[in-house]
Design a binder for this molecule. Structure first.
Ligand code: 5GP
Ligand code: ZN
Length: 112
């Protein structure tokens, strides 16, 4: 996708603070972090959101990456939050499927 911000970060056309990469996944720090750890985990293959028919498989790869990042960021014991914002009401601003991984502070619930 030529005009997709996250596709450009994955391709290295826009700098991203990479924390993890494998064949299927690219993960980088959010530019506007909402917690001490705030990582975006995205499939390398462009898809808009979790309603894409390819999303179940992509989310499995994203979860595997999240487990590795949770360990490398030392969040396993304290806990963390993984979020998939979807569509307008979900507050999604970048139309490339991504998981927010947030941790390093006590997070509130419910969200605003
Ligand atoms: P959404 O609102 O779609 O769930 O999340 C998009 C996230 O992408 C936001 O948390 C926002 O801060 C982050 N973001 C937007 N532009 C950039 C960028 O250029 N680089 C990085 N690393 N994150 C970005
Ligand atoms: Zn994309």
């Amino acid at each position: 996708m030529e005009d997709c911000l996250f596709c450009k970060i994955i391709a290295g056309q826009i700098p991203g603070d990479k924390v993890y990469e494998n064949e299927f996944i690219y993960a980088f720090r959010d530019i506007d972090p909402q917690a001490p750890t705030h990582v975006l985990i995205v499939p390398k293959e462009h898809m808009q959101d979790m309603m894409d028919p390819r999303a179940p498989q992509a989310i499995a790869h994203m979860t595997e990456a999240a487990q590795a990042i949770v360990r490398s960021e030392n969040l396993e014991q304290a806990g963390f939050r993984a979020v998939l914002n979807t569509g307008v009401d979900g507050g999604q601003s970048v139309p490339h499927l991504h998981m927010h991984l947030l941790g390093g502070r006590s997070l509130q619930w419910p969200p605003g």
